[in-house]
Design a protein around this ligand. Structure first.
Ligand code: MTE
Length: 318
């Protein structure tokens, strides 16, 4: 019933599931940011308490503020229904209109993201822990798929650079590697495409990851992400093609060496490692000069770096 929660049979205290040193490091880190014990146990423990006034503030995906610097992009917001029913999430199916039906019941609680490699505070963090470290905010961004459809979406997200700094990203780190959850029993597309090197993996250069536009999104349209949009946490890099915006992340690793990315490994001639929105570079099978608005169906010119050239153009001068 609403508001009454009991521990499921599989519930483990977090310390039982996490190596002791990592657990203690993480407790210390969160405490140093003034985050109390309720949050330390993530969603499991929090879900034991009845809903309280203000609980909405503490649920994932709820923006603490709308960032006024990212409110208008010169196009109206795409209706929420379209963003929720036209998706790419190959682990479920390649049929964009079916993803939301197959992903609807996908279990995203409990969930932890493991930060590994070149971090002072390596460890596993619940989404609530992450939102406690860096307040999520709402930003309206353009979104451009490599297949040439586009939308305008209000994301709730944590500026990734702020989070990396909080977690003590080490100076030697040059790249970030991201990995999606692998759950073939609940993701029929994984079995339907057995030749794909699952789980889905992506990567960014460290200057891209630290760029103020890059978000780790936990919500969309002011609510927690639904499974088809990559619940409970996904990457949003608005100047890159949608394929870089990896969904349902379980691992983020800081590395010295450049990690491979899934689409670049599968078809290097079609998908570059950087996959920036560069309308002057056609895909081998179609032009990238224009895009189809999901809301109106109208074809419009694609903007350099998806409209973010002033912010990110300097990253790619050479
Ligand atoms: N992430 C995973 N794990 N699996 C995928 O198939 N598809 C990518 C990206 N992230 C994909 C993924 C592609 S091609 C696009 S265009 C966007 O997700 C689509 O995001 P949306 O469905 O939220 O619009």
């Amino acid at each position: 019933m609403f508001g009454i929660h009991v521990r499921p049979s599989w519930w483990l205290p977090e310390r039982a599931a996490t190596e002791e040193k990592i657990h203690l490091d993480r407790r210390r880190l969160l405490r140093s940011f003034g985050i109390g014990a309720g949050l330390l146990l993530g969603r499991n423990a929090a879900s034991l308490a009845p809903l309280l006034p203000g609980e909405g503030e503490r649920r994932t995906g709820i923006p603490r503020r709308k960032n006024p610097d990212y409110r208008a992009v010169g196009r109206p917001l795409t209706p929420e229904r379209l963003a929720a029913t036209y998706n790419n999430f190959y682990e479920f199916t390649t049929d964009k209109r079916q993803v939301h039906m197959l992903a609807g019941d996908f279990r995203v609680e409990p969930w932890e993201v493991e930060f590994a490699g070149l971090f002072e505070h390596e460890g596993r963090y619940s989404v609530r822990d992450l939102e406690a470290l860096v307040p999520p905010e709402e930003r309206v961004y353009r979104f451009r798929c490599v297949e040439a459809w586009s939308m305008v979406v209000p994301w709730t997200g944590l500026p990734l650079g702020d989070l990396l700094r909080r977690l003590g990203l080490r100076r030697e780190a040059r790249f970030l590697r991201f990995v999606t959850v692998s759950r073939p029993e609940a993701m029929p597309g994984m079995k339907a495409l057995p030749s794909y090197p699952w789980p889905y993996f992506e990567a960014l250069r460290i200057d891209e990851a630290l760029h103020p536009l890059t978000l780790l999104a936990t919500g969309i349209y002011g609510k927690a992400l639904p499974p088809q949009n990559g619940a409970p946490v996904r990457l949003v890099v608005p100047w890159k093609y949608g394929l870089k915006n990896i969904k349902s992340i379980v691992r983020i690793e800081a590395t010295r060496k450049r990690p491979p990315t899934l689409w670049n490994r599968l078809q290097p001639a079609e998908y570059s490692w950087l996959s920036n929105v560069e309308p002057w570079k056609p895909h081998p099978r179609w032009s990238q000069a224009t895009e189809r608005r999901l809301d109106t169906g109208e074809r419009i010119p694609t903007l350099p770096y998806n409209g973010y050239a002033a912010e990110v153009g300097s990253l790619y001068r050479d």
